[in-house]
Design a protein. Sequence first.
Length: 253
Amino acid sequence: MAPNFSRHEQFLRIFALLEILSTTRQPLEDQALIAMLKDRLGLTRLSVRTLHRDCDFLISCGYPVDHISLPGNRKFGWQLSKLSASGKQIPTEPLTLLELVAFSMGRDLLRSFEGTVLWTGIESLRHKIERDVPPAMLDQLKVARQVFHVEGCDPSRYAARPRLISTLSDAISKCRELEIEVRAEADGQTVRYRLQPQRLVIRPPLVQLVGFPSDTPRNEKPVLLDIARIEKVTPLDVTFVPRPLDPDHIPDA
């Protein structure tokens, strides 16, 4: 039977609420607390009514959550009393089934990076997660993952160039120019670029390098190169000042 993910989202929301209240020094009024929860969990909506229901649930579980008057007596704020005689302790935050399913899907979506340094990081994180997850939870994960099927990822796309991602990301972070040889799609001929790399843009199943040719004016549009077609990369001992680039509005190649 498919799991009820809304229950898991509710748990994440309540646990995040508890953690926020446990770390804040001042009472938080409704809208401030809602904004913090939305930012932390990526929620698009959260009503005052739901917030109050979650706070009441924590109170019913024995947590000393107080709703106290703020200065001026115009609003009320929520606060976790740390001096309560109940001594209720906040447990270590566990992984939930919803988080495991989300990570598993993300891993499938990034399978194109098999053989690269990014895949090494993904698999290392997966091992750490699965090492600490109870076997019963892993069994639930297998069932829950049957709800989703991810296609369109070529596991061999970058495997032949295991250090390519690492080389490009190093040049971007250090603002170093690159000499790049790219295999043209039309005739298979090699095209050479001297590029100031700016970003790696992931547009599944493609990963593209966006940058500016070194000899172009600063108001020129960037170029996009499919990194699967890159045959050779040579980092140069030349640095540059990054040009303004909006990652959310990068044009197509």
